[in-house]
Write a protein that binds this ligand. Structure first.
Ligand code: PLP
Length: 393
């Protein structure tokens, strides 16, 4: 028998990918399934980005690049940080990777030892805890409530910190809750963190551009510039430019940390795809109108989905600040119906009875909720909500 490592036995496959696969299987078996599980925009990658990639192929830009990214793309990333975030970086503070997922993975391997702790507010992106476990460290999950809009408090953060704490993860706007911290809230969290200069703050800004309100995006460095030397910013082109399949993410932070992450990458995957790097450069340097158009569509769908979910008895859904996810609570439905043991049983029921694939909140550390991705057309969303309503009535 094949003996697997403790490391791999400690983690599970991504639950969001599992839901997508399950929906695809049922569809292949002839079932009419609406998939609202996937975490990717439904729009095509904009034409000017595709054209840059096609040119790259035709120009023979098809070889290894520098491990940490082409000079052109790094320059575009540095300009983006200046333009959008008011942050300054040198080229040795930037690492381009094969998706935002690899950026976080590199960071975990570069920073963590056995016994180290990483503070992760729930609900969290499914991959954070497992990537921490792969690095032999321990995720420390901070619970939040829907009443508090799924946000941690400074006291809660302070109470969770101890001498083993190495990293604090912040993800705003959040996958799966869609909630974003305000500048004041980030300032208050920063007040706590500035007393711990050895703790690295990882701010995952992947959904930066998908914001619905009038408030501009902000991260903890905008709130507390003095945290610059202990903060790593993680971002990428996947969600903003509908480029999930191209696999380009990037990290910016202290040169020593970025250099260590580059070393990890140099011994695993080397450079990210050369053609995708050219495409990402075109995305960052090009006209940003395509982003605004997508956000407008997401906002309209968000408003429809949240309103219609709240009309279903027992369902409570808060307004998101951004992203393309709604994260309604079905706790009252679960409590009032003995046939649903938990959110996983409910999601299974909705998949088989309503033909709607949603991701159980327990995958994100928030049992009782379900994540609904509204990265699909309004017609499909109307159909999905009607099906859910019917299946629960
Ligand atoms: N961070 C968050 C919060 C995400 O939701 C995702 C994707 O789902 C990522 C990072 C990684 O994105 P990718 O690896 O596709 O660039």
């Amino acid at each position: 028998d094949v003996q697997l490592s403790d490391r791999v036995n400690s983690i599970k496959p991504s639950p969001t990918l599992a839901v997508t696969n399950r929906a695809a299987e049922l569809r292949a078996a002839g079932k009419n399934i609406i998939g609202l599980g996937a975490g990717e925009p439904d729009f095509d990658t904009p034409d000017h980005i595709k054209a840059a990639a096609i040119d790259a192929i035709n120009n023979g830009f098809t070889k290894y690049t520098a491990v940490d990214g082409t000079p052109g793309l790094k320059k575009a990333i540095i300009a983006k940080f200046k333009r959008d975030n008011g942050l300054s970086y040198e080229p040795n503070q930037i690492l381009v990777s094969s998706g935002g997922k690899q950026s976080f993975f590199n960071m975990a391997l570069a920073l963590l030892n056995e016994g180290d702790e990483v503070i992760i507010p729930a609900p969290y992106w499914v991959s954070y805890p497992d990537m921490v476990l792969v690095a032999d460290a321990q995720p420390v999950i901070l619970e939040t409530t829907q009443e508090n809009r799924f946000k941690i408090t400074p006291d809660q953060l302070e109470a969770a910190i101890n001498e083993r704490t190495r990293v604090v993860v912040l993800n705003s706007p959040s996958n799966p809750s869609g909630v974003a911290y305000t500048l004041e809230e980030l300032k208050a969290l920063g007040e706590v963190l500035k007393h711990y200069p050895d703790i690295i703050i990882a701010t995952d800004d992947m959904y930066e551009h998908i914001l619905f309100g009038d408030q501009p995006f902000c991260n903890i460095l905008n709130a507390c510039p003095e945290l610059y030397d202990q903060t790593i910013v993680l971002n990428g082109v996947s969600k903003a430019y509908s480029m999930t399949g191209w696999r380009i993410g990037y990290a910016a932070g202290p040169a020593k940390l970025i250099g260590a992450m580059k070393k990890v990458q140099s011994q695993s995957t080397s450079n990210p795809n050369s053609i995708a790097q050219v495409a990402a450069e075109a995305a960052l340097n090009g006209d940003q109108g395509c982003v605004a158009e997508m956000v407008k569509a997401f906002k309209a769908r968000h408003d429809f989905v949240v309103k219609s979910l709240n009309e279903i008895e027992g369902v409570e859904c808060i307004h998101a600040d951004g992203t393309f996810y709604a994260f309604p609570s079905f706790q009252k439905v679960i409590d009032s119906r003995p046939e649903f043991a938990d959110d996983i049983a409910l999601a299974e029921y909705l998949l088989l009875e309503a033909g709607v694939a949603l991701v159980p909140g327990s995958a994100f550390g928030a049992p009782g909720n379900l994540r609904l991705s509204f990265a699909t057309s309004m017609d499909v969303l109307e159909d999905a909500i009607a099906r859910i309503k019917k299946a629960l009535s």
